[in-house]
Design a protein around this ligand. Structure first.
Ligand code: SF4
Length: 353
């Protein structure tokens, strides 16, 4: 039996059941693929349910406010995915009259859709013969065929795509793609692959040579950058000062507090911090209520965050900020550390009555 037949036979008896596998609706499949980029299936599942409940059709998503989409995405990270998802939904709804692109070459033109997602959607929904290559697929192929080229090198990407295109089943390309992903996720796992039950064991070179733990090969990641962010949560009579992030930086279009990026974070306020506070509240006096510290990891950055909770003693002008109350603050899409801070703060305020 050849590679794809063995794989498909295994898949028929072992496929994982997910809500997006019970439909061929391209909107829902696309949504699931965007959510699952850089996200574990267990975490993605609840977001998929939330999104399909709130936006059951492409039209519902396209006509929603971007802030609502970002709020629903909150906690999943990589927010550009949510912004691109929304922009593409609007594009399909307005420019393509709601008709979902049904070819790889058109899907890949959508914002946030790369070769993997375009191949997954076109093969699963429209039976187009396109191999989808994700981390699971890299792992299985590198082991079965003992490929030593790094999977994150330009050459490696080409080699693996070519091999995957040669192996794909032309009759059932969608099932084939999903089978390979499932095999990688459940049997040919990164650590301790379960070779004894693997349908490809008789073909697998890495198994025979006992080098599965050495495949795939990856070149070293770029260095993680440390950043130190001082946030100032300024309150006057239960009104908080916030702003929408616009710069081309992390968390674009989410809401946060006045911010100063520094070389290191300390619990006490430094002169530079006081200047920032005064640029918000003028010459008014204030009290530093408390300081909270958070660490937050992104793919290439480690954020060391201080949030200073400051109460102004007198009324202050907006100075370009948005004033929100507790209820409004919880509705805004905010970065995870600010969400944590608010939850703790509001719990304390509620307990005080
Ligand atoms: S035999 Fe083992 S290493 Fe080879 S593909 Fe199967 S699970 Fe992976």
């Amino acid at each position: 039996m050849n590679f794809s037949s063995q794989l498909l036979q295994w898949y028929r008896n072992n496929r994982r059941d997910f809500p997006w596998r019970r439909t061929k609706n391209p909107y829902k499949i696309w949504l699931s693929e965007i959510i699952l980029q850089q996200t574990r299936t267990s975490q993605g599942l609840s977001y998929y349910t939330k999104f399909t409940d709130k936006f059951p059709t492409l039209r519902d998503l396209a006509t929603a406010k971007e802030e609502k989409v970002l709020k629903l995405w909150q906690g999943l990270g990589y927010y550009s995915r949510a912004r691109n998802l929304h922009a593409s939904a609007k594009y399909i709804h307005q420019e393509l009259k709601g008709v979902f692109p049904n070819r790889y070459n058109n899907l890949i033109r959508l914002k946030g859709v790369g070769p993997y997602t375009a191949a997954a959607v076109s093969s699963i929904c429209f039976k187009e013969v396109k191999a989808a290559v994700d981390g699971n697929v890299y792992r299985v192929l590198s082991r079965v065929f003992n490929i030593e080229t790094a999977i994150n090198s330009t050459e490696g990407i080409k080699i693996f795509q070519k091999l995957a295109d040669e192996l794909i089943c032309h009759k059932e390309p969608g099932d084939y793609n999903q089978a390979l992903m499932d095999l990688g996720a459940t049997i040919c796992k990164a650590k301790n692959p379960i070779c004894d039950v693997c349908p490809l064991q008789s073909k697998c070179i890495a198994r025979e040579q006992k080098i599965a733990d050495k495949r795939p090969v990856k070149t070293k990641k770029s260095k993680i950058k440390n950043r130190f962010l001082n946030y100032f949560c300024v309150e006057y009579e239960k009104q908080f000062f916030m702003k929408k992030r616009t710069e081309n930086d992390i968390w674009k279009k989410l809401y946060d507090f006045p911010l100063k990026e520094v070389d290191c974070v300390t619990e006490e306020l430094k002169q530079g911090d006081i200047e920032v506070i005064q640029s918000i509240i003028g010459e008014n006096t204030f009290t530093l209520q408390k300081t909270r510290q958070y660490e937050h990891k992104l793919s290439h950055q480690k954020l060391h965050i201080n949030i200073y909770y400051i109460k102004s003693h007198t009324k202050i002008r907006k100075n370009g900020f948005i004033k929100v109350n507790q209820h409004e603050a919880m509705k805004f899409p905010v970065p995870k550390p600010i969400e944590k801070f608010f939850k703790e703060l509001f719990k304390g305020l509620d307990n005080k009555g």
